[in-house]
Design a protein around this ligand. Structure first.
Ligand SMILES: *Cc1c(COP(=O)(O)O)cnc(C)c1O
Length: 298
């Protein structure tokens, strides 16, 4: 399966890392596919396995018009002959986003519902469950214990076992929960929230891990750049400079904020000498298509 593939680790070189005595590595989950976010593939692992055992083989999931999760689900399902339906939040737009176009290309059937009906009230959810009772239902963003268990498979990669710190961007926190489930007690897991004021992270983690871990991650809370999918010129300049120096593209919603945060914390002396820092490049590069041409040098 796609979620059983090994992940490549790049080592970055810069005077900054030498100065602070740390080594810096990026796990390239983005290389699993040019459009599909790497972490989404892992989060889908157990849902896909379930759908493959079911009859009909059919998945239904949810997301907004720019959802990396929708594209990943469409792609993964198509590659295994699983039928899939994407419930899109909001009315059908006059011009489809790149994201929705990719979903259609991968054979996903799209259904648009009003924001009110989309809101996961008990009544709405019961209606969904009834309407799609023959399908495997994947929550938005894979946000569930199964999703976290799938993300935990990222840690099966030998290359991550010697890291002292494992860093990643946090949206729903499902990927973070998965890493927390499988990291060794000696490894520090660090989340960089891309949403402003995520005050419910402890609740999310206990839900996602089923309270089966005592490990508490660290958070770098000051790198959301104004909130979810918000950006500043400074962030865009950082993305271009990062690409020029390391030859690694990042996306403005998730991975650029993480990389910015980690480099900033290195320069503040957060990481002890001898640290082996490993950042998860979770992908998301298709999201950059919404920037105007020429904004990025890659
Ligand atoms: C969805 C996504 C994330 C966030 O993952 P969560 O498991 O929701 O926290 C991070 N990076 C990229 C590129 C993503 O698409």
């Amino acid at each position: 399966m796609l979620s059983d593939q090994p992940v490549k680790l790049n080592t970055l070189h810069s005077p900054l890392f030498t100065q602070y005595g740390v080594s810096m590595h990026i796990a390239r989950l983005d290389l699993l596919h040019p459009i599909v976010s790497g972490n989404k593939i892992f989060k889908l692992h157990y849902f896909i396995k379930e759908a493959l055992k079911s009859s009909p083989k059919k998945i239904v999931t949810f997301g907004g018009a720019y959802s990396n999760h929708l594209v990943a689900t469409a792609y993964y399902c198509q590659s295994l002959g699983i039928q899939c339906i994407g419930i899109v939040r909001g009315e059908k737009p006059a011009i489809l986003s790149h994201t929705l176009m990719h979903c259609l290309d991968y054979g996903m059937e799209l259904e648009y519902i009003s924001r009110n009906d989309y809101t996961r009230t008990e009544t709405n959810y019961t209606v969904f469950k009834e309407k799609y009772k023959d399908c495997t239902i994947v929550p938005e963003g894979g946000y569930s214990h199964w999703g976290a268990m799938g993300a935990a498979k990222i840690m099966d990669n030998e290359a991550l076992h010697s890291a002292t710190h494992i860093c990643m961007a946090v949206g729903t926190a499902t990927t973070l929960a998965g890493i927390v489930l499988n990291a060794k007690p000696t490894q520090e897991v660090i989340g960089i929230p891309v949403i402003k004021n995520m005050n419910d992270l402890p609740d999310r983690l206990s839900f996602l891990t089923n309270d089966s871990t005592k490990k508490i991650p660290s958070f770098f809370n000051d790198y959301h750049f104004g909130g979810y999918s918000k950006k500043t010129n400074e962030l865009i300049e950082f993305m271009n400079a990062f690409y020029t120096e390391f030859d690694i593209p990042t996306d403005f919603v998730y991975t650029a904020k993480m990389c910015y945060g980690v480099l900033d914390k290195i320069s503040e002396g957060y990481f002890p000498k001898g640290s082996k820092i490993c950042c998860l490049h979770t992908g998301g590069l298709q999201g950059n298509a919404s920037l105007s041409k020429g904004t990025l040098v890659f």
